[in-house]
Design a protein around this ligand. Structure first.
Ligand SMILES: Nc1ncnc2c1ncn2[C@@H]1O[C@H](COP(=O)(O)OP(=O)(O)OP(=O)(O)O)[C@@H](O)[C@H]1O
Ligand SMILES: [Mg+2]
Length: 493
C-alpha cells in the first residue's frame, strides 16, 4: 500500500500557476527523489504536503486518510517531518532547545524538564554518531553543523515520512556518506523519504524512485535503477543537456591579493597570493578554515596576526565596509542567514551592496536599476515576475542568483565566493561556471570555496586544500582530482 498519495495538486500565487495538476506517490521505506530545475515547484509541493501552504486543487492521502488542507499540525501528527531548504535554527537558543522547540518535555504544571531533554538530545546525537553538543548556543555552530541539527530535528520526531529539501548543501562528502547511512537504517525500519537535491551523484547513491517536475507540471516518474543521469536531466531541462568542459587556460595578470602569515578564528599562519584574472579554489572539511579565511579577508572576522594586501597596499582597519571599498566582494555561505534581506524586494536586494559603497549616488534611479536588474535576470536566467516582489517569494536557487547579481553589480576586483552554487540546478550551474570564467577573463580575481570537487575541476586554475586550519596542499588545475583532494583534506597525505 502507498504511504502517501498526492493527486492532481494545483497551486497559484497571485494568479501565477506554480503547480499544475501534479501527482506524487510514495511507498513506505522508499527514498523518492523529487527533481526539477530552480523554480519548478518542488518546495511548493512539499509546503503543501506539510500544511504550510494550502492547495487550490487536489487531494493528499497519507496512510489511507485524507489530510486537511493547510494544517501544519495535522501533517505533523500524521507523521510527516520536514527539513527545509533554508535553515530554521534559532541562533539564540541552545542546540537541545532547538531540537525540542514546540515539543518540550514538561512536568505537571508545565515546568520544563531540562535535564530529561538534554539527556535525550545526547542519546539521539550518539545514535546518529554526530559531534553535536546539546548545551551550545546554536548560533555558534558552523553552517554544516546547523544542517545536521535540522536533520536531527526531523529524525527526533520519529516521523513515517521525512521530507529532505536539499539537506546536504553544507555537508562534505564524509558527512553526506554518514547521513546516507542514517537514511538507509531508517529505511529498513520503514521510514520513507522525499529527497530533493541538485547533486546527481547523491540521487543515484540514495534514491530508489524519482519524480521530475518541469515548469510546474509532472513530467516523469520511475525507478532510479532503470534510468540514467542524462535521461533525468533531459526530463528536467526539457532538452538534451551537455555536460561540457568550460575551463580554458588563460594568461594571468599581476599579483592582486596577498595574504601573509594570516592567523584568525579557526586557522593559523595561512599564506597565499592570487593574481589578476585568476580563479582559485578553496576546499577542505568542516572546520578546516576555508570559510573563516574568506570571512577574515572580507573584514567580517578579526585578524589575529599577519596581513592582507590588496593591490600592494595593506588593509589596515579591517571592516567589511573597508574591504568593500578596497574592491573586495563576498558571496557568503548560507544565504538565509547571511545574504537574503527578507523584507526587501528583488531589486533592493540586488543593488544594496553597490549603493553601500558608492557615496556618489545619493539618489537611486528606479529606471536605471530596473534596467540593470533586467540585464542580470537575463544573464543569470532568474525566474521572477516583478522586481518589486519580495526576495523570499523566489525559489531557493533563484534567490541565490539574486545574491550573485548583487556582487556582480559592484565593481569588486576580488570576489570571494563561499559555496556560490548552493541550491542552483544542474543547467544553471553550468551557466554560472561560464560566467565565473568570463569574469576572470575580464580581469577579476575569484576565490571559490566549495565542497564539490567537480566544481573546482570545471573552473579553478589552482586549488588550495585546507586541513585543520592550515594549508595542506596547493594543486594546479591538472592535479585537481577527487581522490587527491580527499587525501589532503583528511590529513592522509
Ligand atoms: N510565497 C510565494 N509567493 C509567491 N511566489 C512563490 C512563493 N513560493 C514560491 N513561489 C513561486 O513558485 C515557483 C516554484 O517555487 P519553488 O520554491 O517551489 O521551486 P523549487 O522547485 O523548490 O526551486 P529551487 O530548486 O530553486 O528551490 C517559483 O516561481 C516561485 O517564485
Ligand atoms: Mg526549493
Amino acid at each position: 500500500m502507498e504511504l502517501l498519495k498526492m493527486e492532481h495538486i494545483s497551486k497559484s500565487f497571485f494568479g501565477v500557476k506554480v503547480l499544475d495538476d501534479v501527482s506524487l506517490t510514495i511507498r513506505p521505506g522508499e527514498v523518492h527523489a523529487l527533481l526539477g530545475e530552480n523554480g519548478a515547484g518542488k518546495s511548493t509541493l512539499m509546503n503543501i504536503l506539510s500544511g504550510i501552504y494550502t492547495r487550490d486543487e487536489g487531494t493528499v492521502t497519507f496512510n489511507g486518510q485524507e489530510l486537511p488542507n493547510g494544517s501544519i499540525s495535522a501533517a505533523e501528527n500524521a507523521g510527516i517531518a520536514f527539513v527545509h531548504q533554508e535553515l530554521n535554527i534559532f541562533n539564540d537558543l541552545e542546540v537541545y532547545e532547538n531540537l525540542f522547540l514546540g515539543k518540550e518535555i514538561t512536568a505537571a504544571g508545565g515546568r520544563l524538564k531540562k535535564k530529561a531533554m538534554i539527556r535525550e538530545a545526547e542519546e539521539l546525537f550518539r545514535e546518529m554518531d554526530v559531534p553535536l553538543k546539546p548545551r551550545i548556543p546554536a548560533g555558534e555552530l558552523v553552517t554544516g553543523a546547523k544542517q545536521v541539527l535540522e536533520i536531527a530535528k526531523a529524525l527526533h520526531s520519529k516521523a513515517q515520512l521525512i521530507i529532505l529539501d536539499e539537506p546536504t548543501t553544507a555537508l562534505n562528502n564524509n558527512e553526506i556518506e554518514h547521513f546516507f547511512g542514517l537514511i538507509r537504517s531508517l529505511k529498513e525500519k520503514g521510514t520513507a523519504f522525499i529527497f530533493i537535491s541538485h547533486k546527481m551523484p547523491e540521487i543515484f547513491a540514495i534514491a530508489d524512485e524519482y519524480t521530475v517536475l518541469r515548469n510546474s507540471r509532472f513530467i516523469s516518474t520511475g525507478f532510479i535503477k532503470d534510468t540514467t543521469a542524462e535521461a533525468i536531466t533531459r526530463d528536467m531541462v526539457g532538452e538534451t543537456y551537455a555536460n561540457e568542459d568550460v575551463y580554458v587556460q588563460r594568461e594571468l595578470g599581476d599579483e592582486i591579493l596577498k595574504v601573509e602569515h594570516l592567523t584568525g578564528s579557526g586557522f593559523s599562519d595561512v599564506s597565499f597570493s592570487c593574481r589578476k584574472g585568476e580563479i582559485v579554489g578553496f576546499t577542505g572539511l568542516q572546520g578546516a578554515g576555508c570559510s573563516e579565511v574568506l570571512q577574515t579577508i572580507f573584514g567580517a572576522l578579526p585578524i589575529h596576526s599577519g596581513k592582507v594586501e590588496v593591490g600592494g597596499s595593506s588593509m589596515s582597519a579591517e571592516t567589511i565596509h573597508r574591504a568593500m571599498k578596497t574592491g573586495i566582494g563576498m558571496i557568503p555561505a548560507n544565504r538565509k542567514e547571511n545574504s537574503v534581506i527578507p523584507d526587501m524586494s528583488l531589486l533592493e536586494n540586488m543593488y544594496i551592496s553597490r549603493h553601500t559603497i558608492d557615496t556618489k549616488m545619493p539618489h537611486i534611479s528606479k529606471k536605471a536599476e530596473e534596467k540593470r536588474f533586467g540585464d542580470y535576470k537575463k544573464t543569470l536566467n532568474i525566474k521572477a515576475n516583478n522586481s518589486d516582489d519580495l526576495i523570499v517569494s523566489l525559489s531557493g536557487g533563484n534567490q541565490q542568483k539574486i545574491i550573485l547579481a548583487r556582487w556582480l553589480d559592484t565593481d569588486a576586483q576580488v570576489l570571494l565566493m563561499d559555496n556560490p552554487t548552493q541550491g542552483i540546478d544542474v543547467g544553471a550551474k553550468e551557466e554560472i561556471y561560464r560566467l565565473i570564467l568570463k569574469l576572470a577573463e575580464s580581469g577579476k580575481t575569484i576565490i571559490v570555496n566549495t565542497l564539490e570537487i567537480p566544481e573546482l575541476k570545471k573552473i579553478a586554475d589552482r586549488c588550495i586544500v585546507f586541513y585543520h586550519g592550515g594549508i595542506a596542499a596547493e594543486l594546479p588545475h591538472a592535479q585537481i582530482e577527487e581522490n587527491t583532494v580527499m587525501m589532503y583534506s583528511t590529513g592522509a597525505l
